[in-house]
Ligand binder design. Structure first.
Ligand SMILES: C[S@@+](CC[C@H](N)C(=O)[O-])C[C@H]1O[C@@H](n2cnc3c(N)ncnc32)[C@H](O)[C@@H]1O
Length: 267
């Protein structure tokens, strides 16, 4: 995913997601991997969704900050770079990730000379062994302060009960919390092209040892979020993302897939 964000900085104009650290965190591999990120329309569609979800999350974060939110938690952060280019002087950022991924990222940050701002804290959590809220408390998150969460590229690798349990825990921590996440829709709700795309992607991630297991139908997911207590719930698909972020482009960078969608929910 980080390679795609880096490829976006190098290949696409105008930028949908402007991340001055995206190439740097990948290092020399960003340019070496460009041949695998050609201007081919399938690669461009996938890259479009990946950059749109980051843009959407950071736009929703901006709205949350304008409402007074002072803590941002990046769940399953991977090589996300927000914490190192945080423009909000009073926003604390917590990166939650598997301890092994986090250790690898920290080595990478040192290697490429990205310094850790005092506003950011690492919270190592193995979701399979501990709950993310314990990890965040241990890292110093103040639960009494409304917090915004992003959770990108993770829900499809988890059982639906774990996903819903996490969304409930975010709300129960503080009912003014908000969250943005992406999710995959069930295969049977897709048309022929969507099934083909999902099958290809599923084979790829399964081969990498991380199969897709969590799928949600949009209407049912919205209902589950409202049941939990979230009052503002917005479900966004490729069509809305295209209108919002990719209108009147001359190139082939457009999200067109049916498999991945984004959800924003707050109390
Ligand atoms: C596909 S990556 C997405 C990374 C990032 N959010 C992005 O969009 O680039 C999935 C992330 O989930 C994390 N993850 C997977 N299994 C985990 C576990 N058991 N506990 C904690 N994090 C886990 C990985 O370490 C990785 O950072």
């Amino acid at each position: 995913m980080a390679e795609r964000r880096a490829a976006h900085q190098l290949l696409d104009k105008p930028l949908v997601f402007d991340d001055p650290l995206a190439v740097r965190i990948i290092g020399r591999r960003a340019e070496a991997n460009l041949p695998e990120q050609p201007k081919h329309f399938v690669a461009a569609r996938f890259r479009a969704f990946i950059v749109a979800r980051s843009r959407f999350a950071e736009d929703e974060l901006a709205d949350a900050v304008a409402r007074g939110v002072k803590q941002y938690v990046v769940l399953g952060a991977g090589l996300d770079t927000f914490a190192y280019r945080n423009p909000y002087s009073d926003l604390r950022v917590f990166e939650v990730d598997h301890p092994a991924t986090q250790a690898w990222k920290r080595r990478r940050l040192t290697e490429v000379g990205i310094t850790l701002p005092s506003s950011m804290t690492f919270a190592p959590v193995d979701f399979e062994r501990e709950t993310f809220d314990d990890g965040l408390r241990a890292a110093g998150l103040d639960e009494n302060v409304p917090t915004f969460f992003s959770w990108l590229g993770v829900t499809m690798y988890l059982e639906t009960s774990v996903v819903l349990g996490t969304l409930r825990a975010i709300y129960e921590m503080n009912s003014a919390n908000g969250v943005v996440f992406d999710y995959a829709v069930p295969r049977e709700t897709l048309g022929f092209v969507g099934r083909f795309a999902l099958d290809r992607l599923s084979q790829k991630v399964k081969k990498a040892g991380e199969p897709f297991v969590g799928f949600f139908a949009p209407g049912a997911l919205v209902a589950s979020l409202k049941d939990i207590g979230y009052t503002h719930v917005e479900d966004v698909g490729s069509r809305e993302l295209d209108t919002r972020y990719f209108a009147s482009r001359a190139d082939s960078l457009h999200p067109r897939g049916q498999v991945g969608r984004l959800m924003s929910a707050r109390g």
